[in-house]
Design a protein around this ligand. Structure first.
Ligand code: ADP
Ligand code: ZN
Ligand code: ZN
Length: 729
């Protein structure tokens, strides 16, 4: 008897699958990865076959039969990967499986389908009918004339002749045309094939790196399969990736290229498609679902062999996977925030290892984890041979707060850019106009009513906005407490810097790039191309300006408040700050005129800032590893965070204490449990956080899962949301 073990796609955490179903012979070919509609108690649900079996623990008469098999499923390799992710990140099998299924498959079933169109073909009677012609109406005649060169799709016929489906039907009845349905591909927009540029002559350093990756792909003795490509910005890492992908394709294998969320600009895609052509598919959540579905199918069928996309592309159905590239491997967008909170870099390593693929992680600012674990390939210089611009660190502690957010030296450098007709990039990692609004008379401070945070002044929108929830309110004209109209807007965000520079540097154009201006579809690319097209100008923005582009005319980059990321109470803040400063510094001086970098900071001696200013990644990472070893932080331990939230403070306290108690009882001795610590309130919800630090990763993950599931099963977690975050960022 054929039995399918099915994992239902539901959100319930307590459900213990998989469940056995008897397969009737009429169901046809069913195997691991197929999506089925099955009866489940009184309901019907969608489920995925995770295993095939001959026998069941239940007697055959108690086994139900599936109702139907749906169109497409995931390959077995990916089903195993989805279940692994569920386990590794303390999620449910259902949520893990959702990651690997065709786009649009969910608890509601398959919502996206292939699109087809009617193809109309002439028959041997067509010519004769046109010749005698008496019984043809004008539309029918026009349609048949259009078919003189052979078959055409109905939409094209309709466009050129006005003929409708009915016209075709009547002609078909008379045997003058035949029709069939054919699948049409919904092609992602803005990713036209590039100009097919020939490959560049690699530099000696690129050649060495390509040789090392090729050796790994060829499985040469002693070649490691995981590699860190450490190349300064502008050193030509993409050429190495492309050569590696070409090698994998030549071996008959496929490849995945992961890029940061924000790096997925049309220009970036065109670099791959321009060289590798139609075999490149794109998977990105910003694509309309139909296009995403078709790209997924192209990969699944083997028509496309290379997938480029952000973190979720690590689950692309690429067969015979030979290579996974992780571009800008330091980028935080590789970590998923929702459940499962997977890290695409960890998933990529696991997937590459299980299928014998080679992994290449590239960056100018390696993570300590990768530095320690992976053998290194180095591209020490920029391709153009130009030195990295020296960075000038400006100590803002000397500057009075009244002097404004830009130091006189920074203003002077910007004036020179304007005078010379050049370009500059200014980074301030905070959007809005000003982060604090207070009343000068009574000291009232504007905070969010739902969260314990300040409201940010957004002058363009005329509103005060909370950056943690959806709350916003009109900008006040006077203080509601004392009636005073002298309200102070303290601090600066991107809007304020934009306004300040637009006034000072006019008529030099100033562009702003942050998640407010880049909100609409294509807006991000539009702002970048306006800046690229302008003969001179300034680009002001959040960390978005430090990524995914290459402007040769930029002669100055400035980062304001460079230590703002250091003020987050997080052991990764050093690493973040280093990457941000180093990446921005790399944006300057790519052209003939060279460049300057200015770093304004309150913490000039912080190692992250000092080393980034000196473009010294090795010293920074070595120092960082030492610090982490002393504090037993990753990569010398694993961290697991449990986040709890509830509108009722007692409930969240009770649940946090219960999880902590279970963990203390169950934990291996090597683990350290911190908390429950209170976090500031967001969306009216009180939050608590537990942090587990352990050198025994597997045991710790299992203990957390059992504690959370046990609590959910035992008393229900009414009104308390619990999330587990393995390797929190
Ligand atoms: P990275 O990703 O390391 O910052 P890129 O791959 O974006 O660097 O390359 C920077 C620039 O150098 C690009 O414009 C690229 O076309 C060019 N480039 C790369 N390799 C070569 C080469 N071997 N010869 C000439 N130009 C190159
Ligand atoms: Zn007041
Ligand atoms: Zn809020």
């Amino acid at each position: 008897m054929a039995i399918a073990r099915v994992e239902p796609l539901t959100t319930a955490r307590a459900l213990r699958g998989p469940f056995d179903y008897r397969l009737p012979p009429a169901m046809g070919e069913v195997g691991v990865g197929i999506v089925l509609r099955v009866p489940f108690g009184p309901r019907r649900v969608i489920g995925v076959v995770v295993e095939m079996a001959e026998t069941s623990e239940l007697p055959p008469e108690r086994l139900a039969e599936p109702i139907e098999a749906l169109e497409a499923g995931a390959p077995p390799e990916l089903v195993r990967l989805g279940l692994w992710v569920a386990r590794e990140y303390c999620s449910t099998p259902s949520r893990g499986l959702q990651l690997v299924l065709p786009p649009g498959t969910g608890s509601g079933g398959q919502r996206v389908h292939s699109r087809t169109e009617l193809i109309v073909t002439p028959t041997e009677k067509t010519t004769a009918a046109l010749a005698d012609g008496s019984r043809l109406g004008p539309r029918q005649r026009a349609l048949l004339e259009n078919l003189a060169d052979g078959e055409m799709p109905l939409p094209a016929l309709t466009a050129s002749t006005g003929a409708s489906g009915a016209t075709v039907t009547s002609l078909e009845k008379r045997g003058l045309v035949t029709t069939r349905r054919s699948r049409v591909r919904r092609r992602p927009r803005g990713t036209a094939l590039g100009d097919g540029r020939a490959s560049l002559d690699p530099t000696p350093a690129q050649r060495d790196a390509i040789a090392a990756v090729s050796a790994a792909l060829d499985g040469e003795a002693g070649a490691r399969r995981e590699l860190l490509l450490h190349g300064v910005t502008g050193s030509g890492k993409t050429e190495v990736y492309i050569a590696a992908v070409e090698r994998a394709l030549a071996q008959g294998r496929g490849a995945i290229v992961l890029v940061p969320e924000i790096g997925l600009t049309p220009q970036a895609l065109d670099r791959f498609r321009g060289r590798l052509g139609e075999t490149v598919a794109i998977l990105h959540s910003a694509l309309p679902q139909g296009e995403r579905y078709d790209e997924w199918r192209r990969l699944r069928s083997g028509e496309a062999r290379v997938c480029v996309g952000p973190r979720s592309a690590v689950f692309a159905p690429v067969a015979h996977l030979g290579l996974i590239v992780i571009d800008e491997e330091h980028d935080p967008s590789y970590k998923q925030e929702g459940d499962p909170a997977y890290d695409a870099r960890t998933v990529a390593r696991h997937r590459a290892e299980t299928c014998g693929a080679v992994l290449v992680a590239g960056t100018a600012t390696p993570r300590p984890e990768s530095w320690l674990d992976l053998p290194r390939l180095t591209l020490p210089d920029r391709v153009d041979g130009r030195p990295l611009p020296p960075a000038e660190v400006i100590d803002m502690r000397d500057s009075s707060p009244r002097a404004g957010p830009l130091h006189p030296a920074t203003l002077d450098a910007l004036d020179r850019v304007a005078a010379a007709g050049e370009k500059a990039i200014v980074l301030i990692n905070r959007r809005g106009f000003a982060p604090w609004l207070t009343c000068r008379s009574c000291g009232r401070h504007w905070g969010c009513t739902h969260c314990d945070v300040s409201l940010i002044t957004h002058r363009d929108a005329g509103r005060l906005v909370c950056h943690h929830c959806a709350h916003s309110e009109p900008l006040p004209a006077h203080c509601p407490d004392c009636g005073s109209t002298t309200l102070a807007r303290a601090g600066a965000g991107t809007e304020r810097i934009e306004a300040l520079l637009a006034e000072r540097l006019a008529p030099l154009p100033v562009f702003r790039l942050d998640s407010d201006t880049a909100a609409g579809t294509g807006a991000h690319a539009r702002i970048l191309s306006s800046f690229a097209a302008a003969p001179a100008g300034v680009l002001v923005g959040t960390q978005m300006v430090a990524k995914g582009h290459d402007f040769p005319q930029v002669t100055l980059s400035a980062i304001l408040d460079a230590d703002s990321t250091l003020r987050f109470p997080d052991f990764r803040s050093e690493e973040r700050t280093f990457a941000l400063v180093a990446q921005l510094a790399g944006r300057s001086g790519r052209g003939k005129r060279g460049g300057r970098v200015i770093v304004q900071t309150l913490a000039p001696e912080a190692p992250s800032i000092a080393h980034a200013a000196a473009h010294d990644a090795p010293s920074f990472v070595d120092g960082e590893l030492e610090r982490r070893r002393a504090l037993r932080y990753p990569p010398y331990s694993s961290l697991i965070r449990v986040n709890l939230a509830s509108e009722q403070e007692e409930r969240v306290d009770g649940a946090a204490a219960a999880v902590a108690a279970r963990l203390r009882a169950a934990l291996p001795e090597a683990a350290e449990l911190l908390g429950p610590a209170p976090m500031f309130r967001v969306r009216r919800r009180h939050r608590r956080r537990l942090l587990l630090k352990s050198a025994r990763r597997r045991e710790a993950i299992d203990a957390v899962r059992l504690a959370v599931e046990g609590l959910a099963a035992e008393r229900g977690l009414r009104d308390v949301a619990i999330g587990v975050d393995v390797d929190p960022q």
